[in-house]
Structure formats: structure tokens, C-alpha cells
Design a binder for this molecule. Structure first.
Ligand code: NAG
Length: 279
């Protein structure tokens, strides 16, 4: 009984903290122009965003376009989940990203948002299938001083990917880990080009750092010493969320446990009564 209770608490804690990781906010941006409420454009944006959310329950990448009367009224949208997360995590992540886009980019013609586990973008400017190496977010960790061979090995592998083309790549060498991800609308050579570009920028801009994140518009590369996902640049912001979610998980576990004990006790007392009644 006590064991199964502990088990329950552990599972709940594990799942909630896992989810909070893939849903951590990385960046978001919106176009400046706003559409008018109640317009056809609004209907198209809502339709695209809900198609993305639905689609994320069964695939890691998809794109949608709703044609309008003119080119500037035509909306496209896409999402890309990180290659190593589950369908459940992907759909939760895209759902979150879409809901945050609704707030952050309220009534704007375009918007893009990156969470830890997924990327979502919609716009009336054609961007699906268009390579874009604009630097969006760069973050470098503390300097280690000398450049590290392990770090460079990790980056070299991400760039070559064993000669086999992959949209998602991950590897580790020594204490260093790395991950690279392209959006699924790029061709293999465009993805390769984007990843190489991100790696060159990491090498030159995060020279001797223990970790680095380079988010370009259509791909990203991240490396770190001791785990890409364990350290966090948003440590302070996420810490509280994690704590709250853990506490919640433990509370839910305890309540479920107490409920089980009550059910068990009332069952016992019924059995006892029956036995007494039988005598
Ligand atoms: C966009 O989606 C359509 C329909 O699913 C698909 O045929 C097309 O290949 C996609 N385009 C890109 C660039 O991913």
C-alpha cells in the first residue's frame, strides 16, 4: 500500500516535471501590423492554429495554408516538434505554444514562438519552404577559457551527422552534449546549410563557453557540458514553476493515496461486518 503510494507520487512527479521542461519558453515574436477583429484573416489564422494543434497529436511536423482573396490575405502556418519527444509531449507543447501566441501576438498578422520542445509560426508573408538563417536568439554560458576538444567533437558530429541526413540530431562526447533541429519544410541541403551556419556562429560567438544556444529562423544548434536539458538559461524563471508542479504532483499523489486507503478501509469494514453478520 505504502509502496504503491510512493510509486504513484514518483510517477506523477516525473511526468509533470518532464512536461514542464518541454514547455519552457525560449522566444516569441510578432509582426507589427494588426488585423481587424472579425475579419476573414482572423478566421484563417484561427483555422491554421487549430489545424496545427490537431496535427501535432500524430506527427512532429506539418504545414497548412488558407488562401485569401489576395496574397496578403493568405495565411500559412507550421509547427516542428523536437525529434526526441513523444507524441503526447509534442501535442501538449504545440497546444501551449498556440495558446501563448494568441496572447503574445494578439491580432497580429504573423507570429512565431519557440518552446523547449516545439516551434510554431504563422504569417501572411510566404515562409514555408523558404530557408532563413536570420539569428533569432543567441545565448552563451560562462567561459571555460580554452576551447574544448569535446565541445568541438560534438559540434563536428552534429554538422556531419555520420553522413546520413537527419532533421534532428543529438550526440555526446565526454561531458559535452549537443542537439540540432531543422524545421521539416527545409530540403536536406538547406537543413545542412542552416545547421552548419549555426555551428560556425556558435564557434565564433560562444568561443570558450560551457554551453551555447544558437536559434536561427529555421534551425537551431545547442551544446552544453553536463546535459543540454539539465542546465537552463531560464533557471530562475522555471525553478518556481517546477517546484509548484512538483508540490502539486505530490499533493495529488497524497490525495489519491488517502482516497485509496479510505476505499480499502471501508472495504475491510464491510468484510468484517459480513463475517460478524454470518456468525
Ligand atoms: C506542406 O504541406 C503539404 C500538404 O500536406 C505538403 O504536400 C507539402 O510538402 C508541405 N510543404 C513543405 C514545404 O513542407
Amino acid at each position: 500500500m505504502v509502496l504503491s503510494l510512493l510509486f504513484l507520487v514518483t510517477i506523477l512527479t516525473m511526468t509533470t516535471s518532464g512536461i514542464s521542461d518541454t514547455n519552457s519558453f525560449i522566444f516569441g515574436g510578432c509582426s507589427r501590423l494588426k488585423f481587424s477583429p472579425g475579419s476573414n484573416y482572423e478566421t484563417s489564422v484561427n483555422s491554421i492554429l487549430s489545424s496545427l494543434v490537431n496535427s501535432a497529436t500524430f506527427t512532429t511536423y506539418n504545414n497548412f495554408t488558407v488562401p485569401g482573396a489576395t496574397a496578403s490575405e493568405t495565411v500559412s502556418g507550421l509547427f516542428q516538434c523536437r525529434g526526441d519527444i513523444t507524441n503526447d509531449q509534442c501535442s501538449t507543447c504545440v497546444e501551449r505554444a498556440v495558446s501563448q501566441l494568441g496572447t503574445l501576438c494578439f491580432e497580429t498578422y504573423g507570429g512565431a514562438l519557440q518552446l523547449e520542445g516545439c516551434f510554431v509560426k504563422y504569417d501572411n508573408v510566404k515562409f514555408v519552404g523558404v530557408e532563413d538563417k536570420t539569428e533569432v536568439v543567441k545565448k552563451c554560458g560562462p567561459l571555460i577559457g580554452l576551447t574544448s576538444d569535446a565541445r568541438d567533437n560534438v559540434l563536428a558530429y552534429l554538422e556531419s551527422s555520420d553522413g546520413v541526413y537527419k532533421t534532428f540530431r543529438t550526440t555526446s562526447y565526454g561531458d559535452f552534449q549537443g542537439v540540432a533541429q531543422c524545421t521539416g519544410d527545409l530540403s536536406s541541403s538547406e537543413c545542412q546549410d542552416c545547421v552548419s551556419d549555426a555551428i560556425q556562429r556558435l564557434k565564433s560567438e560562444c568561443g570558450g563557453s560551457t554551453w551555447g544556444d544558437m536559434y536561427l529562423a529555421k534551425c537551431y544548434v545547442r551544446y552544453s557540458e553536463g546535459g543540454v536539458h539539465s542546465r537552463g538559461h531560464n533557471d530562475d524563471e522555471n525553478h518556481n514553476d517546477d517546484e509548484i508542479e512538483k508540490t502539486l504532483a505530490i499533493l495529488i499523489g497524497l490525495i489519491a493515496g488517502v482516497a485509496l486507503i479510505i476505499v480499502f478501509l471501508s472495504f475491510l469494514s464491510k468484510v468484517c461486518e459480513k463475517q460478524r453478520g454470518g456468525k
